[in-house]
Design a protein around this ligand. Structure first.
Ligand code: FMN
Length: 206
């Protein structure tokens, strides 16, 4: 049976969640913006979710907080995305409590089966390796798939000049993270379509 083929890219929407409360002064946010710009250049739609613009309660359990309009707004924006970029400053060898609280206020409904990119910034020379490792475990906890590629920006106070990364190699790796997230999110989004088509083919053969 003839099938219609299309070269149009699979549409994907990418949301980046910024775990810094420093708003436009945040290096995490700057790095996420760079990755999102790269994602947008490959045809994805993008959304930067800056947690400093929300007034989220501390998580105590879904029964207590689910009707909170701020949580509902956050959930709606995350639910709209098929690919999620998590960005955090390194705080005391882990990711920020603000990001953990936001992730705790959500769960499998928003995250299960989605593709995740991870990015961390750190004041020190050791970088954000612990942030990235801890986020990877949490992504597993919410049923997501973390990309192997990840970004750690060490010595972050001197890593940026005039809002741009000084190290052009690092800048390209941040852009690559954005492109890879779109690429794998597209591939992942096609799986249900392929499963559906396979079932159709099997049915045709009967
Ligand atoms: C509470 C706190 C803890 C921090 N702990 C670490 C740390 O363990 N390692 C490190 O390299 N930097 C640490 N830093 C520095 C931050 O990673 C750095 O200031 C970063 O730029 C903040 O990210 P932002 O600009 O996106 O807010 C810490 C900063 C704060 C406020």
């Amino acid at each position: 049976m003839a099938t219609e083929s299309s070269t149009a890219p699979v549409p994907v929407h990418i949301a980046a969640i910024c775990g810094s409360m420093r708003g436009e002064k945040s290096y995490t946010r700057l790095a996420l913006e760079l990755a999102l710009t790269s994602a947008a250049n490959t045809g994805a739609t993008v959304d930067l979710i800056d947690l400093s613009t929300f007034h989220l309660p501390l998580c105590s359990g879904p029964d207590d907080t689910d009707d909170n309009p701020q949580i509902q707004a956050l959930k709606a924006r995350v639910s709209a995305a098929q690919g999620i970029l998590l960005g955090s400053p390194e705080y005391h060898n882990s990711f920020s409590g603000v990001l953990k609280n936001a992730l705790d206020l959500m769960g499998g409904d928003e995250f299960r089966g989605k593709v995740f990119g991870l990015l961390g910034v750190a004041g020190g020379s050791a970088g954000a390796v612990n942030t990235l490792g801890h986020l990877r475990v949490v992504v597993r906890g919410v049923g997501g798939w973390s990309l192997p590629v990840q970004i750690s920006i060490p010595n972050v106070r001197s890593a940026f000049a005039n809002g741009k990364l000084v190290d052009k190699g690092l800048e390209e790796r941040v852009r690559f993270l954005g492109r890879e997230l779109v690429r794998f999110t597209r591939l992942h989004s096609m799986v249900p379509e392929l499963e559906h088509r396979l079932v159709e083919i099997i049915d045709e053969d009967v």
